[in-house]
Each structure stands twice: as structure tokens, then as C-alpha cells.
Design a protein around this ligand. Structure first.
Ligand SMILES: NC(=O)CC[C@H](N)C(=O)O
Length: 307
């Protein structure tokens, strides 16, 4: 079946489910997004892409940014990073505090908030400055996407900063366990800013091709990370990319994937393509409800799951 036909079929099949789920409201700037939107894009290794629905509508990438910051930190610190952020599924919500208390301030993985905040702390240390750390993450996204126009939504960044009570608590808890080098508020600025980056589904699918190709972007031919690092990031996306619904996502979709509370999900088909879905209404775990359905339909129709 042709990919464009697959996308059109998926679009038709998910329409009745639009309206289920709820947009994130704990970040007030995200609360006014239209929940009825749906877009999906696929980019192949040669750069050819297919899109349906709102695939060119920009949205807040939120936790999807954690894939990029983790890639940069892994490249910088290699195995040294595992002392500070582990690689196990947490089985807890993305902003949970409890596990961090009884596991001595070492977050389970880099895709829950605590883990991504530690990753940002490590980048602030490496680049000696929080603005520079953010600019390096953004610059890395420009490289992965081949698109230098990508930037942040300042309104969302400010809204996150003003309502980031849990993230502030997570950072302080880690600081109390000595798993934090820099000033908490400074690091959180880098964290909130990278969550507030805006992309559309087509740009996002394009930017994940390095993970489908052992760490080398197949279009620019640049090696961004090595094959082992790419394997590890994909494995973590499969086991931890959807927080306490990671098992359910792997069960239903069967691809490495990462979600964000802005309603985006990216998924990687090793060796072939990357896919991004956008639909802002979330399920109870904070993952796009219709986005997950759409990806489940995709692997069911094409047989392109990794299993
Ligand atoms: N799951 C998410 O996308 C959460 C990211 C969001 N910026 C937060 O810190 O809460």
C-alpha cells in the first residue's frame, strides 16, 4: 500500500475519536489549543515526505525535546552520564516525585522530567552557561531538522516558568541529594525553554531520521552520534518514551517513540523513516490519545513495527 493512502486511511479512521481526551492545562499557555486537530507526517531517508491533516501546524514539542537534549548529553559525557540518570522505565507519571526520594535523587531515565532536568544541568555545566546550553540544544535541532527557522514560543516558556512548581521541587530534591551542579532556577530556564520549542509534524519527522540511521543523518550525511548511542536512545524511547504508558505504547505500536504534552509523538522505523503525529488531546498518562491510535493503525496496516 502507498504511504499516502495509508495516511489518508488513518486520518479517516481517527476522525471519530477526535474530541476524546483533554489538552494539558497545568501549563496555562497550552490550555487554549484546539483539541480537534490531527496531523501526521512521514519522512523517508531520502527526504521525501508525506503528510495529512494539520501536519504543517506548529505546536509545542514539550517532552519530545528531551530526545535532543539527551542525545547531546550522551555525546558529551558518554557512559559518565549513567551515574546521574539511569536507564530503567519508571512506571510513574512524568512529573512524579516519590521514586526520586527513595532512589537517592537519581532519576530512572532521561525522559521523565527529573531525568531531563539533570540532563539540562549536565549541559549547563559543560557549556558553562544556561543560555549557551539552550542555544546548543536549539542548534542541534537545527542540524537534525536541516531547518534553522525553528525557535521557541516565549509565551509558553514564560507560562511554564510561572507554573513549574513540580519541576522546581524535583530540581531541589535532586540538589539535596547532590545530583545537581548548578543553580536550580538557571537550569530550569534551559529546561523550560527547550520544552517550549515549536515545530510541526513534518519538521519533527525529518529531525528524527538520525535515530533511524544509526546516528547519521541520511540527508546531510553528518554523523551526529555513533551507532551504539543511537541504539541506546531508541531503546530508551521504546521502554521509557511514554512514561507509565510506555509498555502500552510498545504493545500497541511496537516502535521507539517519544511523546510530549503539547500533543506530539515521534516514532522511529529503523533503517527506513521517522513519523510524527500531532493531536493535542491527551490520555490520562499525558500522551496524545489520537496520536497513539494513529501510530497503532500505522504499524498494523504496514507491518512496519520492529517486531
Ligand atoms: N510530558 C511533558 O511533555 C512534560 C514537559 C513539560 N514541559 C513539563 O515540564 O511538565
Amino acid at each position: 500500500m502507498k504511504l499516502m493512502e495509508v495516511l489518508n486511511e488513518i486520518h479517516q479512521q481517527v476522525l471519530p475519536s477526535l474530541g476524546q481526551g483533554k489538552v494539558a492545562t497545568y501549563i496555562p499557555a497550552l490550555a487554549n489549543v484546539d483539541p480537534m486537530q490531527f496531523g501526521m507526517a512521514i519522512t523517508l531517508n531520502d527526504g521525501q515526505y508525506y503528510g495529512v491533516g494539520s501536519y504543517r501546524t506548529p505546536f509545542s514539542i514539550q517532552s519530545i525535546s528531551k530526545v535532543f537534549s539527551y542525545t547531546l548529553a550522551l555525546r558529551t559525557y558518554q557512559d559518565g552520564l549513567y551515574k546521574r540518570v539511569w536507564r530503567e522505565p519508571s512506571g510513574n507519571p512524568f512529573n512524579s516525585l516519590v521514586q526520586l526520594e527513595y532512589e537517592a535523587g537519581i532519576p530512572r531515565n532521561p525522559f521523565i522530567n527529573a531525568g531531563a532536568i539533570v540532563v539540562c544541568d549536565s549541559l549547563v555545566s559543560h557549556f558553562n552557561d544556561h543560555e549557551r546550553a539552550f542555544n546548543e540544544i536549539l542548534g542541534f535541532i537545527h542540524q537534525c531538522s536541516g531547518d534553522n527557522s525553528i525557535t521557541i514560543d516565549e509565551v509558553v516558556a514564560k507560562s511554564e516558568m510561572a507554573h513549574g512548581f513540580r519541576n522546581i521541587a524535583l530540581a531541589n530534591l535532586m540538589k539535596s541529594f547532590d545530583n545537581f551542579d548548578n543553580d536550580v532556577n538557571t537550569v530550569l530556564q534551559t529546561y523550560f525553554k527547550h520544552c517550549s520549542i515549536v515545530m510541526n509534524a513534518q519538521q519533527l519527522s525529518r529531525s528524527m531520521l538520525y535515530l533511524a540511521n544509526n546516528g547519521t543523518d541520511p540527508i546531510s550525511k553528518k554523523q551526529l552520534i555513533n551507532a551504539t548511542q543511537a541504539k541506546r536512545i531508541n531503546s530508551l524511547m521504546l521502554t521509557c518514551g511514554h512514561y507509565d504508558a510506555s509498555g502500552d505504547f510498545a504493545f500497541r505500536v511496537g516502535l521507539p517513540g517519544k511523546s510530549g504534552v503539547g500533543g506530539g509523538i515521534v516514532a522511529v522505523v529503523p533503517g527506513k523513516m521517522a513519523i510524527a503525529v500531532y493531536s493535542p488531546a491527551l490520555n490520562e498518562y499525558g500522551n496524545s490519545l489520537v496520536g497513539t491510535k494513529a501510530l497503532e493503525l500505522f504499524t498494523t496496516k504496514t507491518g512496519l513495527s520492529i517486531f
